[in-house]
Design a protein around this ligand. Sequence first.
Ligand code: FEO
Ligand code: CA
Ligand code: CA
Length: 744
Amino acid sequence: MTANTRTDDPSVDLDDIGTNPTSNPSFTDLIAARLSRRRLFGLGAGTAGTALLQACGGGGGAGAAPFPILPPAPAPAPAPAPAPAGPMKLGFNAVAKSLADVVSVPAGYTASVLYRLGDPTAAGVAAYKNDGTDDATTYDRRAGDHHDGMTFFGMNASNKWDAASATRGLLVMNHEAITPVFLHPTGQTAVGGVRTVADEVLREFYLHGVSVIEVNKSGSTWSYKQDSSFNRRVHTLTEMTLSGPAAKTDYLKTKYSTDGSKTRGTVNNCANGTTPWGTYLTCEENWAGYFRRTTAVGSTPKEQASFGRYGVAGTSSAIGNGRELWATVTPDTADNLYGRWNCEVIGAAATDDYRNGPNTYGWVVEIDPFNPTSTPKKRTALGRFGHEGACLGPVVVGKPLVWYMGDDSQNEYLYKFVSTKNWDAADIGGGIAAGDKYMDDGKLYVAKFKADGSGDWLELKLGVNNITASYANYAFADAADVVINARHAADAAGATRMDRPEWTAVNPKNGEVYLTLTNNAARTISTTDAANPRFYNDPKGTSAQRGNPNGHIVRFADTGGDPAAVSFKWDVYLFGARSTASADVNVSALGADNDFSSPDGMWFSQAAPGLLWIETDDGKYTDVTNCMLLGALPGKVGDGAARTITNFDGATTVQQATFVGKAPGTDGLRRFLVGPKECEITGIAESGDGRALFVNIQHPGEDTKVADITTPAKFSSHWPEGGNARPRSATIVITKNDGGLIGL
Ligand code: FEO
Ligand code: CA
Ligand code: CA
């Protein structure tokens, strides 16, 4: 997400508020379009270098077809174009940068709107009026707002997971946040900082979370099925269980769950991930800002140290009431609906209030989309932080599973979780029970990028890497304390402070991992390091933008091609920049057809292994262009060279050594889509045959002022309906007019 529009101040970007006070050193040939079941699961142990497949975000899990492909009777359609022969090449003309209020795609492609904010997801629910007057009690059966990370789970005629399905599937997506100005008749009603219309708050509870919707292709047209029995909304009122080291400990006890075994809801679900058994992972990112906490009275110093490290509301009044003021409906009470967003100490014990409420957020949450009545589970072994996403690494029978995870805040870290149990393909389709096997027990690591181009994975475990009761900034007590306070643990271990770690993506061709670092206004000329090497000014009009405003993409290869390795080699694959910037800023030599700023969403196609999609969530280059989607064909770690970048702060110059990948040129990186005004492009998935690409358009028109809500002509965007309509976040589906693979 880009901004919290409730403040009416587009300069407020909650992602931009760092809370890391430490001074840690900042420091093959193409695989066939689909790996067959035999190739995936028939390979024995020790073949990590060859049996590569993953699907962190977009494409239904392990990429293999675990079930026979039994598509429903298809409508007659022209035979799709065959996959291009020969070396992979980007097969589209670059889309020009644009400030228009439209979605632009290359000639030969069609983008259609599929699923918009408010669209009904159950029979009998009326069409969305989009004027703020729809009945609040229907919103648990409508699309949420701010569509974000997304996975397509192909489904066969037996209603089982079939990753190769080209015509039918469950599209599962996050609804990260809200643009409040457009959700009610005239924006949020608040009197003296108190929300006075409970129905407005109820709408907002439902508009966060996750959608599961059935989608089908008929002829060449995709649509969602309003009355599918698989449709489901998971939101802030959905009961969830907690598992792993922190579950059922004192830290998680609340009035709602006096044994610390469960919580209610998920919030600020940003990017996503998958499992090889066919479930969805949704990641809780900027959860800390939703809590009300106007006083620290009653909190222990250790609790305050924990709150402070995560930015849970402090004592400043605006932030302290929570970003949407939810707790103010029933201020200073510990009711289960509104007051549970108040984490002040107001009861006699932790089981009488919600002082521990924030400890039940900040997790990776597993949802089984094929079982609409299953209870989502928060996996505490994967650590608690500002979870951007959780990308599944290469899946090999007999080897541990691994997920790579960014913590998106200024100067935060990159993590990975390695399962204790080795992968057994018999667990495919095992649902949440399979998650219990692989995701509740394992090792949590944080990354240290070193100046020589190598790196270390530092284990986060009580008693190692300085994570002890005598650590100066936080006295760790037990294993639960370590995962709940993973940021403190990573500080203690000496992790590298990064330029806002967003999505991770794993190249199915070679297992290398890519990490978007979206931007960092807090990077200074004296705190650059080899992996975060730039400090510069990228002026926007007359305003200076200093630090690393355009972001970059780091990539790394775990040693020996083993995702469980504790060391790696890295380089910087790509630097964001204006094409007109100097060579020390535009390090990747971007041109008009591929320059961009603030990479965020990122995902490798599974149908076209080697094709990388990069999405932007930008506010720095938006004087020139709206946010965008780019297609890329990256090489590999080490395909470039060592380089020294000259940084300049207006007075002094400082040299910073780094390692830069081969410049992409327009053959290696090309703009594929530009979105409407004030949107973020995020979330990406493809049908099982790679011939439909699903993309989310988040928060068009987000900077519209509340004062202008009665003057539609002043809305910043009217996308997708046009005219005088209020803008709506939406999923679009992109197809190639000749039925071919997207992007090639
Ligand atoms: Fe929700 Fe870090 O983007
Ligand atoms: Ca972002
Ligand atoms: Ca994001």
